[in-house]
Design a protein around this ligand. Structure first.
Ligand SMILES: NC(=O)c1ccc[n+]([C@@H]2O[C@H](COP(=O)([O-])OP(=O)(O)OC[C@H]3O[C@@H](n4cnc5c(N)ncnc54)[C@H](O)[C@@H]3O)[C@@H](O)[C@H]2O)c1
Ligand SMILES: [Zn+2]
Length: 379
């Protein structure tokens, strides 16, 4: 695979946020260059590289080496893999470890891994010494197209996911798409859910492109993968640039997440990956929009077909309607009784519609495996 990548040029996307603007560099086997870029974009003289065991030896060591080659001191810190590490306890351990290792204002925090280490490291960077420069080196597909861009950082608490956190934009996002070759296939599919989401809400051409070559994207062929990553980062960057703090536009990124979050919560975050839940939530939302005549007939079939080809599940886990209603109510960041439901108007365009939970999950809605087309109720 390495030979093929040589002909694939790297790409750059800029996230425009005034004096906090930053580039996203997207390449293939480009990890050797990350150290120089970190030096240029942060001016730091030492780096704390935070990672998780599945990524440490395969990828993070090369990041550390590149940083040292650029003339900075670098030390690697590992936290246990998994969502449970996105905790205040883990952040506390990192504060101790980094300070003991001499972290100071000249230290850049570098996250190497998926969204978990990205969110946790970003939170540590946002808070340690009242804020240190931060760099993301995402190695999961989800992190590359979603979590590493946009500046949301945080940890989970007993009361819920991502309830403690800060907006802290990275100085640089460095993507080596070749790192995806070691990502487990199920995780690859889960990341594709957010790719499909971006296409569905924002870019009909990207959607069509995925329809013609999603298998080649899934197979990580660099000449089709890199443009898809680039387009996804552009979409996320554009949305974030226009609405950094989720006042409106950024909410569109929650397409599929209302029911997706509900499913995750009902499953107690076990046995279901976030992307899988989002895939099911998008299918549900699209069917619901069709039933409410918000989008043309056939839209949900097109979406389902693509989601299925990405190796993702279509049907939400079976729980009683009441359970979904309760979960949907609990999930909303409450303003009033209505929820900013992200409705698909057609492939490539979405808008938020204020809906009551009862309208999102209407009486008679059949949810769950075994539900047939047209589920989501007829209105
Ligand atoms: N900040 C945001 O805007 C934002 C957006 C979406 C999701 N998130 C958060 O992201 C997290 C999910 O991210 P995720 O799906 O990347 O999960 P994750 O970080 O747990 O990564 C998934 C698994 O893949 C492994 N992995 C990652 N890269 C690998 C590689 N190249 N080779 C082998 N294994 C690899 C990880 O170690 C882990 O086991 C959630 O906590 C979610 O809340 C944040
Ligand atoms: Zn998501």
């Amino acid at each position: 695979m390495s030979g093929r990548g040589a002909s694939v040029g790297s790409r750059r996307v800029r996230v425009e946020l005034g004096d906090r603007s930053y580039p996203i560099e997207i390449g293939w086997q480009n990890l050797e260059g990350v150290g120089d870029a970190i030096k240029r974009h942060t001016g730091a003289s030492q780096a704390a590289v935070l990672t998780v065991p599945p990524v440490a030896r395969r990828h993070a060591v090369r990041v550390v080496r590149s940083i040292r080659d650029a003339g900075l001191r670098a030390k690697r810190f590992e936290v246990p893999d998994g969502e449970r590490s996105k905790s205040l306890a883990q952040a506390g351990k990192l504060y101790d470890a980094l300070l003991e290792a001499g972290a100071a204002r000249d230290t850049v925090v570098v996250a190497v891994g998926g969204g978990v280490i990205g969110d946790l490291s970003g939170y540590v960077a946002a808070t340690l010494l009242r804020g240190l420069p931060f760099v993301q080196v995402p190695t999961s597909l989800l992190a590359m197209v979603d979590s590493s861009v946009g500046g949301k950082t945080g940890v989970n608490v007993r009361q819920g996911k991502n309830l403690v956190g800060a907006f802290h934009q990275p100085r640089l996002v460095w993507i080596d798409a070749h790192t995806l070759t070691t990502l487990p296939p199920r995780q690859r599919s889960a990341g594709m859910a957010e790719v499909i989401k971006h296409a569905a809400i924002w870019d009909a051409r990207l959607f069509a492109r995925l329809e013609s070559e999603i298998e080649r994207v899934m197979a990580l062929e660099p000449e089709v993968l890199l443009p898809v990553l680039e387009r996804n980062c552009q979409i996320k960057a554009e949305v974030v640039s226009r609405d950094e703090r989720e006042a409106g536009l950024r909410r569109l990124l929650n397409f599929g997440h209302t029911l997706g979050h509900a499913a995750e919560a009902l499953k107690r975050y076990r046995g279901l990956l976030h992307g899988e839940a989002v895939a099911m939530g998008m299918v549900y939302a699209a069917r619901r929009c069709e039933a409410m005549e918000l989008c043309p007939k056939g839209t949900s079939d097109r979406l389902s077909a693509l989601i299925e080809r990405a190796g993702l599940p279509l049907e939400l886990p079976a729980f009683p309607r009441k359970a979904y209603l309760t979960a949907v109510r609990a999930d909303k960041k409450r303003e009033d009784a209505r929820i900013h439901f992200v409705a698909l108007r057609k492939i490539g365009r979405a808008e938020t519609v204020p809906l009551l939970p009862e309208e999102i999950v209407p009486a008679g809605a059949r949810i769950g495996s075994g539900a047939k087309r047209g589920s989501g109720g007829s209105g």
